[in-house]
Design a protein around this ligand. Structure first.
Ligand code: KG4
Ligand code: ZN
Length: 350
């Protein structure tokens, strides 16, 4: 019996590379069968002693990890270089040095294999990550993109058809989780740590503000919330229970703020699908609150699986496949865009 191998059916196979921050993510995606294999190397241990990401160390670690990860996904998927039809790398936004590693590697490999390369917007990757799931959302939808660098509410009418509804005026929500964790003496990255200790916290002990929810609009601000925790932390014993109660109060306030704004964005746009993506989308508390809200209010909420909420290569391979399919490609030279607005992307049909 002859078994079909990836790409036999005329489908396109795309190698995706994610190196925008502190995770090296590599994946192989096939346009007909979906994800073939993916691997991730986290740099958490590299940066933990410094309490945050050190850009130069991030870039150096991507250099070390990319090639072994590419070899690992190709072996796992039983795919050879000559079967790959295109390479997608994260072009921005992110840390310049880290992005340059993926761009240089991806563009060079595509040149050697004589296939096109495409530069992908990191947040478009996050936004399209739920498309890798069994029940993907249909367009249009509202997307809540919440990561260490971004807090965005976006109206999505198709791939590349994005309208910014709201964003943070200061800290991103993930950044607020990270900074609050740091001031409570918890290790980096802060989001999962806050979530862990908040489980034994008393949610009624501290009630922190829900910033910018008392007025209309879809903008966010999280730096005041972090300061409110700092002020409260000076007044109490920072023992295990004190830290748990502060973390719990902070998490409730941050999650509640996101839920209120999502509800408002859905009402204002009239859409009934909500997509949540980005690292903070891994928060069990946020997922639970939005699920409860969706039942109560009658909208549908879509999340990528947990491992595709945080940075990964699969979302870059998928977004790249959509763009390569309409003929988008980078020139032979390569560049990165450490600052790049989602609304500057080219719309694609289909
Ligand atoms: O998307 P991501 O992996 O990287 C960026 O593009 O920034 O997001 C990382 C952010 C960090 O701020 C991290 O603390 C936060 O996502 N995060 C969480 C949780 N897991 C990760 N925040 C809250 N709760 C979590 N469980
Ligand atoms: Zn990200």
């Amino acid at each position: 019996m002859v078994t079909a191998s990836p790409g036999d059916n005329g489908a396109m196979i795309v190698l995706g590379l994610e190196t925008s921050c502190d995770d090296t993510g590599v994946a192989l995606y096939e346009s007909e069968r979906g994800l073939l294999a993916h691997r991730l190397a986290s740099q958490v241990e590299v940066h933990r002693p410094y309490g945050g990401v050190v850009p130069e160390l991030a870039a150096r670690d991507h250099i070390r990890k990319l090639l072994p990860l590419v070899q690992a996904v190709m072996t796992a998927a039983d795919v050879e270089g000559k079967q790959v039809d295109g390479i997608a790398f994260t072009k921005g936004p992110g840390l310049a040095g880290a992005l340059l590693v993926g761009a240089a590697f991806g563009r060079s490999l595509a040149w050697a294999w004589e296939i096109p390369a495409v530069g992908v917007h990191h947040m478009e990757g996050h936004l399209l990550a739920p498309m890798l799931e069994e029940e993907p959302p249909g367009f249009p939808f509202v997307a809540l993109l919440v990561s260490g660098g971004h807090t965005l509410l976006v109206e999505v009418k198709g791939v590349g058809r994005y309208r910014l509804l709201g964003e943070s005026l200061d800290d991103a929500v993930g950044e607020a989780f990270d900074k609050t964790a740091k001031l409570l003496g918890l290790p980096y990255p802060g989001g999962p740590e806050i979530e862990r200790v908040a489980k034994t916290g008393d949610p009624s002990r501290f009630t922190f503000p829900r910033p910018m929810t008392d007025r209309g609009g879809l903008m966010f601000s999280f730096s005041g919330l972090k300061t409110a925790v700092l002020v409260a932390a000076r007044e109490v014993d920072l023992d295990e229970q004190g830290i748990a109660d502060l973390a719990c109060g902070f998490q409730e306030a941050a999650v509640d703020t996101l839920v209120i704004k999502c509800r408002r964005a859905l009402r204002e746009t009239g859409h009934s699908n909500l997509v949540v993506a980005g690292g903070v989308g891994a928060s069990q508390r946020l997922r639970k609150r939005l699920q409860q809200e969706s039942i109560a209010t009658g909208f549908k909420v879509f999340f990528p699986r947990l491992e595709f909420c945080t940075d990964n290569g699969a979302m870059i391979a998928y977004a790249g496949a959509r763009r390569l399919a309409v003929g988008e490609k980078e020139p032979l030279s390569f560049g990165v865009l450490p600052r790049w607005s989602l609304t500057d992307l080219t719309p694609i049909n289909g």
